[in-house]
Design a protein around this ligand. Structure first.
Ligand SMILES: [Fe+2]
Length: 310
């Protein structure tokens, strides 16, 4: 079972009607214009979608924050980018905090309306992936006036708890949630940027007899780590719980001048067999392109470097 994992895309619109720039969106748009738009290069998105499609995954998972301030046009653009892929491959997305950026966008279920059937109709959502692997989708996003704090809420946490309690050592589970339930040592994090139920959720998953892979985004750094292995990358076959950060495919930096790429995860038929995990990272095909700072939607010519992690 081959999964492709895509993290925080953060598509945006720089031209927004002034009547839309109220409340938190005014803050978000100001941050976009003076900061964020210079760090995201959405020209990598089309070649990334092409690359994912070429791998012929059995399923594509997106960990949320596909938009920046939950505008209709942002959702529409993301859905258009994804369409060549989502038409062919089962594609599932969970909301990030930027996808419920304003109270109005959350109340109107703007993401559900504009992302077609990619967003589950309700949460928690469980579906089979293989005979032994299942997918658990969580909605950890909620609109906030100032912070970026996430929450599952009482009812979702209650239902997740009841579901996790049914799992045995013969079960294997992929959890898809925008916020991580635990961070590796040394990564700074704050109350206002975390998931309210992070500790009980992590402990519940850690103590489950099932094999669990927790896929998240939110923190724009792609990583894989194993809490049972002292916070270091695990070998994928000796631990019940592994965290995988999908990263931000369009965020540029010195380390990732053409974005952080995406992950390919192969799930074994035996739930306790080793996983196969590959990080696909883009580089300029001809070395001529200038990295970073472009948000136009014209396509880049990239080649892909493969890092086999597990
Ligand atoms: Fe986020």
């Amino acid at each position: 079972m081959r999964l492709a994992l895509i993290g925080d895309i953060h598509l945006f619109q720089t031209r927004v009607h002034p009547s839309r720039l109220v409340g938190k969106r005014l803050l978000g748009h100001t941050n976009l214009m003076i900061n964020r738009r210079f760090r995201f290069n959405h020209r990598v998105l089309a070649p990334l979608i092409d690359r994912v499609a070429a791998l012929k995954p059995d399923s594509v998972l997106l960990s949320g924050d596909v938009t920046t301030t939950s505008l209709e046009d942002e959702f529409h653009d993301v859905a258009t980018y994804l369409q060549p892929l989502s038409r062919e491959v089962p594609t599932v997305i969970v909301p990030g905090n930027h996808d419920k950026y304003t109270f109005r966008s959350a109340r109107k279920n703007r993401m559900g309306t504009h992302m077609g059937g990619l967003l589950p109709a309700s949460f928690p959502h469980v579906r089979p992936l293989t005979k032994c692997w299942r997918l658990l989708c969580l909605d950890s996003a909620q609109p906030q006036l100032l912070w970026s704090r996430g929450a599952l809420g009482y009812e979702q946490m209650r239902d997740v708890t009841a579901f996790i309690e049914t799992l045995t050592k013969n079960d294997a589970l992929v959890v898809l949630c925008h916020y991580p339930a635990k961070m590796p040592a040394g990564i700074p994090h704050s109350w206002g940027h975390s998931l309210a139920e992070a500790k009980p959720l992590h402990e519940m998953l850690r103590d489950s007899p099932a094999r669990i892979v927790f896929i998240h985004g939110h923190v724009h750094k792609p990583w894989q780590w194993d809490p049972a292995n002292g916070g270091k990358p695990g070998n994928g076959d000796n631990s019940g719980l592994m965290y995988l950060n999908a990263g931000a495919p369009c965020l540029t930096s010195n380390r990732y001048p053409f974005g952080q790429g995406f992950w390919e995860l192969d799930l074994p038929d035996d739930p306790w067999a080793p996983l196969e995990l590959i990080h696909h990272v883009p580089e300029a095909a001809d070395g001529q392109h200038t990295p970073g700072t472009h948000s136009t939607h014209s396509q880049l010519d990239l080649r892909w470097v493969i890092h086999r992690v597990l």
